[in-house]
Ligand binder design. Sequence first.
Ligand SMILES: [Fe+2]
Length: 314
Amino acid sequence: MSEAEAPAVVGLGYVVVETSRLEEWHRFGTDLLGLAPSSLKVENGFALRADERIARFIVQDTGTGAPEGIAVIGWEVAGRRRWDALPATLDEASVPYEIVTGPAAAQRGVAAYARVTDPSGYTVELCYAPVVEPIEQFVSPTGVRFVTGEQGLGHVTQTVSHYDESVDFYTRILGFHVRESIDLAIRATFAGCNSRQHSIALIDGQGVSADHHVMLEVDSIDDVGRALDKVNAGAAPATVGLGRHWNDKMISFYMETPSGFQLEYGFGGLRIDPDRWTEVRQGGRGGASLWGHTPVQSLRDAAGMKGFGAAVEA
Ligand SMILES: [Fe+2]
């Protein structure tokens, strides 16, 4: 990929969760997902690791009245040159931003970040120089290995109130490449910034924004099955049963996090060559999955299922 085409952002860096259920989140993150406690001291909370990075999830109870759920999505900016160029990019696009460094940035496990609000109201931190802890090896409490590295932490799916503006923000300003779009009963755009088939999915919420899900990928189908066994035994509410997505080929299921948004836990995601990928548009009857992914009845109409649930059922 040429320098001109390379996106400013190269992957999902971290997720900040605001919650009043810290203990529940710790149990969920470690015992069920297999994330590891971090040595990073987080004010009013804790951080969890998925790899050598010191903070992949930052879970906190700030007491500021912030709503329960995803507080921030951290997207990683590629290298110093792109970080240095970022203010000019944001200025040119008339996107207000705040540069945060020092101890406040250290609370995210990075050297610095630029905090912006996307067109649908989500707080985004464009982060630079993540702190790694390579000597203290990442050891998952459940023995899983997460697929991260060049592909970032995973992917995020958001229902967005201002769909066209959000697609424009992530693609034209931040440099994500559209990998495919759906313009049927619902509108959705899947975009990527590395070899993961998509790192962000935006669903048209027609005026409504709502956290949908974060996806974590493990390197063994058996580990997905073991997590599913725990969910079936009551570790967390299941929201969508086991299935395989048609676009990124992920074999996964979805569960409800202690904060209400969903967590997709998957294996076998498609890797693509960003230089050779041809954007596609889904036609036909529409739908998100080759098989499975049946929504769990009791949660079908929950706020987080809006739009995407309809796509699964289509
Ligand atoms: Fe997903």
